[in-house]
Design a protein around this ligand. Structure first.
Ligand code: HEM
Length: 580
């Protein structure tokens, strides 16, 4: 009978090489070899796991040692403050802690989770420039809902290229076109048939239309599924953070699959609007080509707009240049959905907030309609006059003259200051400690946060009226860029402003203005959305006065909710057509 060793390929090879050997020897040798290799494998695994654990323990000890050097409230238990602080109370807790322990405060959220909050504007600025990465949760929320995104990922290296491309694209689309304004006004007019409109609904629609037409072009205005898209996006927004907060994707939960179903629907709709854009474009291309052929054959001057359809894709269609930069594997639709998601949510909040400020401070729109204004208000400029003045010597539509409307721009910035889009700016530095110039060292792995709302309402940065709505704080007289913010009362300064022309101070010059973040990960859409929203408001306020309905005028003014990011109750407002 043939031996086992010679029947195996290795054994046969051994016998062929050493024919004189005993047939038992190769088998023993092979077994020995296998046992040694297995042992070596076990040793290597053991060493690797042990060194990994030692590195983890070492990092943890370092985090504890360095973390404990930062001032902060004592930790109630080994498991940290997590059980004591809810999302609603975090800002209050940080406010108290900053008051007691200074501008850099630490909180242990768990035995391995250190949170460091910074309140001093100059330290914040430095930190936001040095810490380039965002928390993994941010990237996870976007990728779970929309697929891998190279715009809203955590790592700076991943987003850097796309950020630059998007910034260039947005800077070419700063103006909201007359057609978009018309479409919004038409819809608002229809909604007003019931007497008043819900402020949040109308803001959401405006935000959605601005973003949709910027990303998808005019095809978006005629798209029959735009309303469904808007609803879906808002439904996803409600749950995105909840599902992303699981460390392991909860495949076993039914709710998760329902959420995923909504996300898939949104993706299909995104692809649908992209198709509509393509069709629209081909149509325009043919029409323009026919027009071009006609005009050249009749010898007339051809006015073919090559920039619109140079390669069969309209210029304003999903950012052609931006799309070119996306590598093949990446789904461009995830970036588009991400932009619609972030842009619509934040812009809805901003417009909602501005409209509420305008109805609760009617004197800023137009003094002639307000009977309660006092002497100081009589002297200060107001938005309606500003719009009419800006239009006086200009043939351009009102939305193209926003640069001549500093008070309207200041109103937008002041509303953004009082109600930022979220409670915290967040960063982390996973691999390196962060050394701040003040001497504070923030250990690698700590979560860094900026309590935006506290910073944007801090007396030391904004003066004694920091809590109040005062757009004039962003204005100064021509030729005198005085610091209006510090220790300046509304009445003194605005009286003075009324006598002379004035300019807008760049809000970003104040390190405590953080609505759009700051530093290398700051919002890419700031300039675009400020211009867009101001242009839309200019067109609206030129024709309408925005008011609370008569029955609501004596009610209490809307207040911020517990988190301070929403005005409650959601209010009905009225757009009253101006007679002239
Ligand atoms: C009122 C409107 C908006 C507000 C309040 C807002 C606010 C913000 C904030 C606070 C951040 C984080 C900044 C930081 O951590 O330093 C951010 C990031 C970002 N925003 Fe906006 N945003 C708005 C509109 C938009 C629009 C319209 C776009 C683009 C179409 C946009 C694109 C982005 C992008 C791409 C980022 C991520 C930057 C990064 O992670 O590197 N934003 N935004």
């Amino acid at each position: 009978m043939e031996s086992a060793s010679s029947s195996s390929p290795l054994g046969a090879l051994f016998c062929a090489l050493f024919p004189s050997c005993d047939s038992e020897i190769p088998r023993v040798l092979l077994r020995d070899l296998a046992a040694r290799e297995f042992n070596a494998f076990l040793w290597i695994s053991l060493i690797a796991i042990t060194s990994l654990l030692i590195a983890k323990v070492f990092n943890l000890l370092r985090l504890w040692r360095r973390g404990n050097r930062i001032p902060g409230p004592p930790c109630p238990s080994f498991y940290g403050h997590c059980n004591l602080i809810s999302r609603e109370t975090l800002t209050d807790f940080l406010s108290d802690s900053h008051e007691r322990y200074g501008s850099v405060v630490k909180l242990w959220l768990g035995p391995t989770q250190l949170l460091v909050s910074i309140k001093d504007p100059n330290l914040i600025k430095e930190m936001l420039f040095k810490a380039a990465d965002k928390l993994p949760l941010t990237g996870r929320a976007f990728s779970l809902a929309f697929g891998r995104s190279s715009l809203f990922a955590s790592s700076f290296d991943e987003v850097q290229k796309r950020r630059e491309a998007l910034m260039t694209e947005l800077s070419e689309r700063l103006l909201v076109r007359a057609k978009v304004v018309e479409c919004i006004m038409e819809r608002m007019h229809r909604s007003m048939a019931n007497g008043s409109v819900d402020c949040n609904m109308v803001s959401q629609h405006m935000a959605f239309t601005i973003l949709g037409t910027t990303l998808f072009g005019d095809a978006f205005l005629a798209w029959s599924k735009a309303n469904v898209y808007e609803e879906l996006l808002m439904m996803i927004a409600k749950d995105a953070c909840f599902w992303a907060s699981y460390n392991v994707t909860p495949f076993w939960k039914r709710g998760f699959w329902e959420y995923q179903h909504l996300c898939t629907k949104l993706k299909c709709l995104t692809q649908d609007i992209v198709q509509q854009c393509r069709k629209n474009c081909k149509l325009f291309h043919c029409m323009d080509q026919n027009h071009y052929d006609e005009t050249t054959s009749t010898g007339k001057n051809a006015s073919y707009d090559a920039s619109y359809c140079s390669d069969g894709i309209p210029d304003n269609f999903i950012f052609q240049k931006f799309k070119d930069n996306i590598d093949e594997k990446e789904e461009s639709s995830s970036n588009i959905m991400g932009m619609m998601f972030h842009g619509c949510l934040t812009t809805t909040g901003l417009i909602d907030n501005i409209l509420m400020r305008l109805v609760t401070h009617p004197e800023i729109q137009d003094k002639s309609v307000n009977f309660r204004f006092d002497i100081c208000f009589r002297m200060c400029p107001e938005i309606y006059t500003e719009i009419t003045m800006a239009q006086k010597d200009s043939m351009a539509p009102v939305e193209q003259n926003v640069d001549k409307m500093p008070l309207l721009l200041a109103t937008v910035y002041e509303s953004a200051r009082l109600l930022p889009a979220g409670p915290l700016l967040q960063r982390c530095s996973l691999d390196h400690d962060l050394n701040l110039e003040s001497g504070v060292t923030i250990p690698a792995g700590a979560v860094l946060v900026v309590p935006v709302q506290l910073v944007q309402k801090d007396d030391s940065s904004w003066g004694s009226d920091a809590d109040e709505f005062n757009p004039y704080r962003f204005l100064s007289k021509t030729g005198k860029r005085s610091n209006l913010v510090q220790n300046t009362s509304f009445s003194e300064e605005t009286t003075d402003l009324g006598k002379s022309s004035f300019v807008l101070n760049d809000p970003n010059d104040n390190a405590a203005f953080l609505t759009f973040g700051s530093g290398i990960r700051a919002c890419v859409g700031q300039k675009f959305i400020i211009q867009g929203v101001t242009a839309l408001l200019a067109a609206l306020l030129k024709h309408y006065e925005i008011k609370l309905p008569v029955q609501a005028q004596n009610n209490e003014k809307p207040k911020m909710d517990n988190c301070g990011f929403k005005l409650l109750p959601s209010t009905e407002i009225v757009f009253l057509r101006r007679s002239s």
